[in-house]
Ligand binder design. Structure first.
Ligand code: MG
Length: 406
């Protein structure tokens, strides 16, 4: 695909200059393992900047605004959506990457794309879709994110998907079953050989955890599903809550909660940078290849990892298993299962644009990006449902099952 050709006047930075400050073991776009479809190098940005830009302009990215993790979209205007979650992940990941002289554009691209394949209604929706697909290769949201960027976005004349760099795709595929990894070629290799992805991918992975642990506490308190008093059993919370109160004895409510959470996020970021720096000093990688062969290098200190795990356990017990969350999850399961069954019984209920994609899905059944293809019709339905926002899924359910609704 042609990019704007331009003669660079002396002094204008090239992509090599833009990444000259990076550590030797960072992912440099000039050394990328490339894109699935060959393209001329971008004229005014690095390869990973181009990936980030393509992700921001994708349809799946805009849908994240109306998809949620714990709370369903219509439950309140102030809860995190997958879009704001992804922005928070990118913010945290960039802070860490810049400190470690790693590629900020790559961590940003991975962070913004990491949830593109999520179904409506968070984990409940995903579990339901996985159940529906159990005889057709199952449903893994990481693989679905990959399918979105490799195959499902229809934006470019020369190829399906966004044609992202190997390193961005690798970062998006955080987990993968061995069975699927075998079908993915070079992208799946590391799950079979135990090699690591780039440090940038490792950062995006932990930034995701830092973001959701903290914003779920915030949203949990905001919703009233968890109470401040309950959190005093979590040492990570208590330490920073008391520090905030000591510094500002007169504040309370949301302001005190935010003062606590910002301290926790800051401490986790600093701990991640320091502990990773210690690992880098010990292992002394000279290149990205050394990073791939080393054990995981981006990690928290032992003490902080244990504290973060305790917070996670608290959230699991008190928020994710709260009866009001379970009640909504149960409804979500009914909606996803109901939609899947209705489309399976009669595929003519699918929108014409999707019916027209049938043969395309058939052709791509062996596509490396879609290794879980069982029946291509079931996969097509899964793609359709996975792409829905919370409110679109509810609307579609009503259109299919409520008589006076069209
Ligand atoms: Mg996430």
């Amino acid at each position: 695909m042609s990019e704007i050709k331009r003669e660079l006047p002396p002094g204008v930075p090239t992509s090599l200059d833009l990444e000259a400050h990076l550590a030797r073991y960072a992912a440099h776009s000039s050394q990328s393992r490339g894109r699935r479809h060959h393209e001329a190098p971008p004229a005014a940005r690095t390869e990973f900047q181009r990936d980030r830009d393509r992700i921001v302009h994708s349809t799946a990215f805009r849908r994240l605004e109306y998809k949620t993790q714990v709370f369903v979209n219509h439950e309140g205007d102030l809860f995190r959506t997958r879009l704001t979650h992804s922005l928070e992940v990118a913010q945290i990941a960039r802070s860490v990457a810049r400190n470690l002289r790693l590629n900020e554009d790559l961590v940003e691209a991975i962070s913004l794309a990491h949830d593109l394949g999520h179904t409506p209604f968070g984990h409940a929706g995903q579990d339901a879709l996985h159940d529906c697909m159990r005889n057709n290769g199952g449903f893994e949201h990481n693989l679905q994110s990959l399918a979105v960027v490799d195959q499902l976005e229809e934006h470019y004349g020369a190829f399906d998907g966004l044609n992202l760099c190997f390193e961005t795709r690798e970062g998006i595929l955080k987990h993968c079953s061995r069975e699927n990894a075998r079908k993915l070629g070079d992208l799946g290799e590391r799950f079979l050989t135990g090699r690591q992805p780039t440090l940038e991918a490792q950062i995006a992975n932990l930034a995701d955890e830092i973001a959701y642990n903290n914003h779920d506490v915030d949203d949990g308190l905001r919703s009233g599903l968890i109470m401040l008093e309950q959190l005093s059993e979590v040492s990570l919370w208590l330490t920073h809550f008391e520090a905030a109160r000591a510094e500002y004895p007169d504040i309370e409510g949301r302001r005190l909660i935010h003062e606590t959470i910002r301290r926790i996020i800051n401490m986790l970021i600093v701990d991640l940078i320091d502990s990773t720096n210690r690992n880098l000093a010990r292992v002394k990688p000279e290149s990205l290849d050394d990073v791939r062969q080393a054990p995981t290098l981006v990690m928290h200190s032992e003490e902080i990892a244990a504290q973060a795990a305790a917070l996670k356990r608290f959230l699991f017990k008190n928020l994710y298993r709260h009866y009001r969350v379970m009640r909504m999850a149960n409804k979500a399961r009914r909606v996803v299962t109901g939609l899947f069954d209705a489309f399976t019984d009669d595929p003519r209920l699918l929108p014409p644009a999707y019916q027209a994609r049938g043969p395309v899905a058939e052709e791509s059944a062996n596509d490396a990006a879609a290794p879980t293809h069982g029946s291509s019709q079931a996969r097509l339905i899964a793609h359709y449902i996975a792409g829905m926002t919370d409110r679109y899924a509810l609307k579609e359910y009503q259109r299919l099952f409520v008589i006076d609704n069209n």
